[in-house]
Design a protein around this ligand. Structure first.
Ligand code: MN
Length: 153
């Protein structure tokens, strides 16, 4: 069982690795805006739980188990972002708010939101569900700010 705090770290490590190719404790501290001792403490915890391997002068790498969990966390984030996009939230806010939802909303609600997105994605193209909803938002004057990204929805 992972705590949400552990998941935040795993997500940050995943994103840093993605962006920079390597992960140092210093980078995690910057990214999550936490102190170096907090990072050290969490690195110890994540190592003990065999999610990561930490080499003092090297960096942090995922174990197989850690990679699998990090991918799940990332997928959840992507689907939450997608949900927010669908309901008309612009990309930047969607990214930021997806992370907040991950923390502040019950796991049951998160599951429902994710299932909703998966369901929507299963609808046939011809249903034009997303387009119709985007049209509706536009008519209500709620979509000017993100009109250029509607195409990809
Ligand atoms: Mn996130």
């Amino acid at each position: 069982m992972t705590t949400r705090n552990m998941e935040d770290y795993l997500e940050a490590i995943w994103n840093l690795q993605d962006k920079k190719g390597y992960v140092k404790a210093k980078d995690i501290a910057e990214k999550l805006e936490v102190s170096r001792p907090s990072v050290s403490e969490m690195i110890k915890k994540l190592s003990e739980n065999e999610y990561i391997v930490y080499e003092k002068y090297g960096g942090i790498i995922f174990t197989g188990k850690g990679k699998k969990l990090a991918q799940e966390i990332k997928k959840r984030h992507t689907l939450l972002t997608e949900f927010l996009n669908i309901i008309g939230v612009d990309e930047q806010n969607a990214q930021t708010d997806a992370c907040k939802l991950e923390h502040d909303v019950s796991p049951e609600t998160i599951t429902c939101l994710i299932e909703f997105v998966e369901f929507i994605n299963l609808l046939p193209e011809s249903s034009n569900w997303k387009e119709n909803f985007q049209e509706y938002l536009k008519k209500r004057g709620l979509l000017e700010r993100s009109s250029n990204k509607n195409k990809k929805l």
